[in-house]
Ligand binder design. Structure first.
Ligand code: NDP
Ligand code: OXD
Length: 296
């Protein structure tokens, strides 16, 4: 798919799929997604590792990836708007009790339940980067009260912003819908845990569309089962596909999607890959470069 899209955009490129025989010394750029660990180690002329998605945690998890090679990631308007639409769908479904009604439908149960309005809730977004910022703006346009949390201080029209460890407590205090759109790094791993959930108002709803590693699964289950959290919408998991024995599958308060909230659109993304290839060839700065020190 990526190979064809790259060649459609530039017929002069020499592109090899990883599974084809290829001369390793000829490769100057690797476009990857969840590669088997160790496979990037023996390319003597590699000058850029391009993630085919926004996240790069899987690259940092591979200790054999040479440290001197720059890493880039996808920044794309469709990736951001698809995520925003997914998050909004999760919030509307919960406001209108769709998740509860689906369970009741399977039981043949007719049980009208009070719904909430947009004006009744505040959405809090962890991570105000490419995806979190657009999601926040779209929610504001739809009339939601929105708060956002990031590492560095930010000012964004219509969004109440918080930053750093000190800002997190105040951010959580008023968040009824918590959306995780953080990158997975040593600082953010396991952030969705009981200590954090307990700072949310009773009945808060959790949406994790970032990475499974952000969530402590047992803590989510415990807080759903004791009623502190009202439900969760999950797109990402520690292990994907999620093993069928995992308790999330059958939990009535968990709505699952299979890591498909937002997917790189090859035709939209290919131009930035080709631009970076030209940048390498011309010795120019790469676009969408990841900071190795920050891990995102
Ligand atoms: P960005 O790098 O653009 O934004 C990351 C945001 O998180 C920034 O606002 C950053 O703060 C904030 N952040 C990072 N570390 C911390 C921290 N320790 N404390 C507080 N804030 C922090 O990422 P994207 O928006 O492009 O993507 C976010 C993630 O979404 C990806 O890493 C990926 O895991 C996930 N994703 C999931 C998809 C899916 O289908 N489920 C699809 C695409 C992406 P600051 O701005 O101050 O640096
Ligand atoms: C991404 C993803 O990081 O799809 O782009 O998860």
């Amino acid at each position: 798919m990526w190979k064809n899209a790259l060649l459609r955009a530039n017929t002069e490129l020499r592109v090899y799929s990883y599974v084809e025989a290829h001369p390793k010394e000829e490769i100057s750029m690797a476009l990857i997604w969840k590669h088997p660990k160790g496979t990037l180690a023996n390319y003597p002329n590699l000058k850029c590792i391009a993630s085919a998605g926004a996240g790069v945690d899987y690259i940092f998890e591979d200790e054999t990836v040479p440290e001197h090679i720059p890493i880039t990631r996808v920044v794309d308007p469709f990736l951001a708007s698809d995520m925003s639409e997914h998050v909004m769908a999760c919030i509307y479904a919960e406001l209108k009790n769709f998740n509860r009604y689906k369970v009741q439908q399977m039981q043949g149960l007719w049980k009208p339940t009070d719904y909430r309005r947009i004006a009744d809730v505040t959405v809090g977004i962890l991570g105000l980067g490419e995806l979190g910022a657009l999601t926040g703006r779209d929610l504001v346009q739809n009339g939601f009260a929105v708060q956002g949390w990031s590492r560095n201080k930010k000012s964004m029209d219509g969004i109440t912003t918080f930053d750093g460890k000190e800002g997190l407590r105040d951010f959580l205090r008023k968040t009824d819908f918590l959306v995780c759109l953080l990158p997975l790094t040593p600082d953010t791993a396991g952030i969705l845990n009981t200590a954090l959930f307990e700072q949310l108002p009773k009945g808060a709803y959790v949406i994790n569309v970032a990475r499974g590693g952000h969530l402590v699964d047992e803590d989510l289950l415990a807080n759903l089962d004791k009623g502190h959290l009202s439900g969760a919408c999950l797109d990402v998991y520690h292990q994907e596909p999620l093993p069928t024995s995992h308790p999330f599958w059958k939990h009535p308060k968990i709505f699952m999607t299979p890591h498909y909230a937002s997917v790189s659109d090859t035709n939209s993304v290919v131009p930035q890959i080709i631009r970076n290839y030209s940048n390498i060839m011309e010795g120019k700065e790469l676009i969408n470069r990841v900071s190795r020190s920050k891990g995102y």
